[in-house]
Design a binder for this molecule. Structure first.
Ligand code: AP5
Length: 220
């Protein structure tokens, strides 16, 4: 990655942002920044922030912008973000996007936004079937991408767990929050001329190839 650039993965819950962000960040040698993972970490450590956001996440609602921006600004000030990063699940509101624009401009970063487009019926199956390794965070799906041994991570043997917000009633609220607060960001970024849309309903490998092509074209 020659330019200082932020990659932003936008899309509904379960679109595959985390699955792809891990891979792309690894292949580009930049950090994968998931605000959802950061909040879940705070919840599991029982910090003040974790106590504040736990009930909000359990309801499937968005965390208030001021808390999100504080967390993001702190994370972006660390040295590993100096040349670029992949955002997954951030920004999610217009004020968050405007706040990020100010940070990127101040620090001389360009940006590329990828919108993960996928139908709602696939999202419910992906979310309710998702299992995540409690050690390394590897993502599986009991229907479409199961681990070799049920309940155990193929990579490090960690226990696979289901996210508390992947219950069908919470998923419905998360999808509604996406429609209401996050979807308008596609127009916001389209107007800036930085939006690419991919068919995220395709297989993991196909989505990954499409992303690599977009990133390669962006570099040339
Ligand atoms: P967050 O953790 O960001 O969750 P999300 O955006 O709802 O997205 P997910 O992680 O559920 O889905 P994903 O697109 O990453 O899909 P994945 O790759 O795992 O946010 C959680 C909560 O935190 C929010 O509700 C909110 O409360 C709070 N929060 C976080 N950020 C915030 C912010 N900026 N502002 C305010 N609040 C915030 O894949 C899903 C499943 O599908 C997996 O099982 C996977 O194996 C499978 N899969 C993936 N790709 C494919 C494919 N191509 N084909 C078949 N299966 C696939």
């Amino acid at each position: 990655m020659a330019l200082k650039r932020a990659f932003i993965f936008l899309g509904p819950p379960g679109a595959g942002k985390g699955t792809q962000a891990k891979r792309i960040a690894q292949s580009c040698g930049v950090p994968h920044l998931s605000t959802g993972d950061m909040f879940r970490d705070a919840v599991s450590r029982g910090t003040e922030l974790g106590k504040q956001v736990k009930p909000i996440m359990e309801r499937g609602e968005l965390v208030p912008d001021d808390l999100v921006m504080k967390l993001v600004e702190e994370r972006l000030s660390r040295p590993d973000c100096a040349s670029g990063f992949v955002f997954d699940g951030f920004p999610r509101t217009i004020p968050q996007a405007a706040g990020l624009d100010r940070i990127l401009e101040k620090n001389g970063f360009g940006k590329l936004v990828i919108d993960f487009a996928v139908s709602e019926d696939k999202l419910m199956r992906r979310l309710t079937g998702r299992r995540t390794c409690s050690v390394g965070g590897e993502i599986y799906n009991v229907y479409d991408a199961p681990s070799k041994v049920d309940g155990t991570c193929d990579v490090d043997g960690g226990k696979l767990t289901q996210r508390a917000d992947d219950r069908p009633e919470v998923v419905k609220e998360r999808l509604a929050a996406y429609e209401r607060q996050t979807k308008p960001l596609t127009d916001y970024y389209r107007r800036q001329g930085v939006l690419e849309t991919i068919d995220a309903g395709a297989s993991v490998g196909e989505v990954q190839s499409a992303l690599h092509k977009i990133l390669k074209d962006a570099r040339s």
